[in-house]
Design a protein around this ligand. Structure first.
Ligand SMILES: Nc1ncnc2c1ncn2[C@@H]1O[C@H](COP(=O)(O)OP(=O)(O)OP(=O)(O)O)[C@@H](O)[C@H]1O
Length: 285
């Protein structure tokens, strides 16, 4: 026991500033990794890996050779297995990282425009919910959704209005199937096919419309509103999470809140940064 205590004391003595920086960086990466995996099927596995990683040095210090051998081998083979099994989750995590670095911004800058766009959307959603008309509306933000429009969507490029949105989702009309994409104050396209989520933990009663909303929110920072045809319930999918039972006021305030917050968090382009820097210098002169 004394040996172990001495070893710990010696290790602590040898810690340099860079070791501390190293520990902080690794902890931060692990924490962000955990946040990305939280509430996905990878969460339990992530906890398991952490446990094995914690047990390896303990088994080494306590000289439990057999346990140490098994744990070390588990990690080596496990890494390969994890990459194969969790390929979709890993892809999503990398896309998420890439998104933060190279953003293709479509954020509404003007508060009055933002307010009016949200008011129109919410008015349409309320009426669609009342008449139990199924709807799927994605509000584009940092991630460009042109890819989603692809070959299936019909480009409209019309000013956002409650009347037009309600019209799009009238059953048995050509554009009612699929999702409508909103970019800034324009209805960009309708009839778009969204990626379905692979998340198996969501309510089994929810069908493909809700799965499509969740799928897009996992792959982008879009705000995806769903109106259920069956129940008229309004849901919102954001960052891989689906929240249900919104009323008009709650939906309006959460949309405005998220959109404003997103605008504040935006990564400024190099051009904008240069402009801001020049303005700052001018003010000083
Ligand atoms: N991948 C997709 N992308 C966009 N829209 C989709 C997609 N898959 C299904 N939809 C839309 O969802 C409709 C089918 O909804 P379904 O009944 O399966 O879903 P639900 O989640 O149970 O919703 P509801 O409560 O409205 O019935 C389709 O007619 C289509 O408009």
């Amino acid at each position: 026991m004394q040996d172990i205590i001495n070893m710990i004391i010696n290790s602590l003595r040898n810690i340099s500033v860079w070791s501390i920086v190293d520990i902080i960086v690794v902890s931060y990466i692990l924490y962000r990794g955990y946040l990305l995996m939280k509430e996905t099927r990878a969460e339990q596995l992530f906890k398991g890996i952490l446990l094995v990683l914690a047990l390896i040095p303990i088994s080494y210090v306590l000289k439990l050779d057999m346990l140490n051998f098994i744990l070390t081998k588990t990690i080596t083979i496990g890494v390969l297995a994890v990459i194969i099994i969790f390929q979709p989750e890993i892809r999503r995590a990398l896309e998420h990282l890439g998104r933060s670095a190279f953003e293709d911004m479509h954020l509404i800058e003007d508060d009055a425009v933002l307010n009016s766009v949200v008011t129109e959307i919410v008015a349409a959603v309320e009426n669609l919910a009342e008449s139990k008309t199924g709807a799927l509306i994605a509000i584009e933000q940092g991630t460009g959704l042109s890819e989603v429009i692809g070959n299936n969507g019909t480009v409209l490029d019309a000013k956002v209005s409650a009347a037009l949105l309600e019209n799009i989702f009238v059953v048995n009309t050509p554009l009612h199937d699929g999702a409508t994409i909103i970019r800034n104050d324009r209805i960009l396209a309708s009839g778009c096919v969204l990626p379905l989520t692979g998340n198996n933990t969501i309510n089994k009663k929810l069908g493909t419309r809700h799965r499509a909303a969740l799928g897009l929110s996992e792959n982008s920072d879009a705000l995806v509103i769903v109106v259920s045809e069956e129940t008229g319930v309004i849901s919102l999918a954001v960052n891989g999470r689906l929240t249900r039972n919104f009323d008009k006021e709650k939906l309006k305030s959460i949309l405005i809140k998220i959109m404003k917050k997103r605008r504040k968090k935006r990564v400024k382009s190099i051009e904008e940064r240069v402009k801001a820097w020049i303005m700052k210098k001018r003010r000083k002169i």
